[in-house]
Design a protein around this ligand. Structure first.
Ligand code: PLP
Length: 457
């Protein structure tokens, strides 16, 4: 089965946009945004909308994925093969299927030692809720039922379900939706550029001290787990100081608190490793993954856990948690084909190379006063925009304006999170395409003024 590289024929774009406005309730959408892009087709690092306009996908389907690129026939074939044999059968109770068994085994072999057990979800939010429930149940079954609190960090995005939304440090996912899951405490994120967060201290010293004080205030005996991304994505691509995770880990271990690594963005090659938590010294007890597991070809997430945790939560009265589509055979078969490509095409190594291409090409931004800093972790890139580097006042509207200009003028798709432009291109992207993206970014960002306006080109 082959997928042609031909651009799409013109579809009734206007009509689709109107129907969309009329019938579709959009996820994560602000009412004032009337603009619509009906994406009809992709190939490699390029996508086309219904008008036939071509865009460079600098943000992995605008959602931190597309590791192997768009329209890979290998994944299409894997889905068709599985569907023709067994499209679905429940994984509840005593039933299972070969695709999910093989995938769980493969993930366990890639995972750090002692993490051999996998629970499948449909995505990241469900994965984080699963991790919270697993952590609480683990303590409950071991005779510590008061360990219910979850520690997380401001600016983090962990999803928008009841638990993951409460843990997220994004005000819009809280506003008007209360009451939220109780017993969640958010602490300061490790964003060294924002020295105002750290009271003049070394960022890690400040953050570890804050963590210790928080544990003392709530009581270690009441805390189930802390959740954190190895490198925060939605906070604006934030690699923490090198000593941050090892020191946090030490404090948590000393207090019997589990550590959940939210690797929904950072796993399966995105930042250059299978699991970034491993490279950052997190030594996590539970690792939550999704996105890159199928490169977005199927909705699938995997929650990896230490054997001891799995033994405890599946023992006794069992683990009464799960979704109709947990361990969906088609999604699992596609994930296997996707991991094959990541491995065969050396995409973990390629992610690091892509990061270096961006570092080189975005060097001119150092001289642009409205750029706070460029942060890179493998093939995730963040460009934070501020009125000036002294005040560090975020250019929230400015980031939106830059992102829109890049889309409308240069046909480059990225995302603005608060005041940071975020990029996570497919890992098969070519050098020339990265040049095109970075030239466009430098051109537009250089026109951004401290008052959030863009000077004419
Ligand atoms: N965790 C992180 C770090 C994410 O970036 C996201 C989504 O972007 C989620 C969790 C939520 O995943 P989902 O949208 O699949 O529920």
């Amino acid at each position: 089965m082959s997928v042609s590289a031909e651009p799409p024929t013109k579809a009734p774009a206007r009509e689709l946009e109107d129907l969309d406005r009329k019938y579709v309730v959009h996820p994560h959408h602000r009412a004032e945004r009337e603009e619509r892009h009906v994406i009809v087709r992709g190939k490699g690092s390029t996508v086309w909308d219904a008008e036939g306009t071509e865009y460079l996908d600098a943000m992995g389907s605008a959602n931190w994925m597309a590791q192997v690129g768009h329209a890979r026939s290998e994944l299409v074939e894997a889905a068709a093969k599985q569907m023709s044999e067994l499209e679905y059968f429940t994984a509840f109770d005593v039933y299972t299927n070969e695709a999910s068994i093989r995938l769980a085994e493969r993930i366990a072999k890639l995972a750090p030692p002692d993490i051999d057990r996998v629970f499948f979800t449909n995505g990241g939010s469900e994965g984080n809720d699963t991790a919270f429930k697993a952590a609480r149940l683990f303590h409950f079954r071991r005779g510590e039922p008061d360990r219910t609190w979850i520690l997380s960090r401001e600016l983090a995005y962990h999803g928008c379900t009841y638990g993951s939304g409460a843990a997220s440090g994004f005000p819009p996912v809280h506003h008007g939706f209360g009451p939220h899951m109780p017993n969640v405490e958010r602490i300061t994120p490790p964003l060294p550029f924002h020295t105002e967060f750290f009271d003049g201290q070394d960022p890690t010293d400040f953050l570890v001290n804050e963590l210790e004080q928080t544990i003392e205030r709530i009581g270690a005996e009441n805390i189930a787990a802390m959740i954190g991304e190895p490198v925060m994505g939605g906070a604006g691509v934030v690699p923490p100081p090198d000593d941050y995770w090892p020191r946090v880990r030490e404090v948590l271990r000393a207090n019997g608190i589990l550590l959940i690594a939210d690797e929904v963005v950072t796993s399966y090659g995105r930042t250059g490793s299978w699991f970034e938590s491993d490279s950052r010294g997190m030594d996590a007890d539970i690792i939550v993954t999704s996105k890159g597991l199928t490169s977005g070809y199927q909705p699938l997430g995997a929650v990896l856990m230490r054997n001891e945790i799995a033994d405890v939560i599946t023992g006794d009265e069992g683990f009464f948690h799960g979704h109709t589509y947990s361990g969906h055979p088609v999604a699992c078969a596609v994930a296997m084909a996707n991991l094959d490509l990541i491995e065969q095409e050396g995409l973990r190594e390629k992610a690091k190379e892509i990061g270096e291409w961006f570092r080189e090409d975005l060097a001119p931004l150092r001289d642009v006063p409205t750029v706070a800093e460029v942060r890179i972790a493998g093939a995730t890139i963040g460009v934070e925009l501020v009125a000036d580097r002294e005040s560090r006042q975020p250019l929230l509207m400015g980031a939106g304006a830059v992102s829109a200009e890049l889309r409308q003028k240069h046909r480059v798709i990225l995302r603005d999170y608060n005041a940071t432009l975020c990029l996570a291109p497919p890992l098969i992207i070519e050098r020339s395409q990265v040049r095109q993206i970075t030239e466009a970014i430098v051109e537009v960002v250089s026109r951004l003024n401290a008052d959030e306006t863009l000077s004419p080109s």
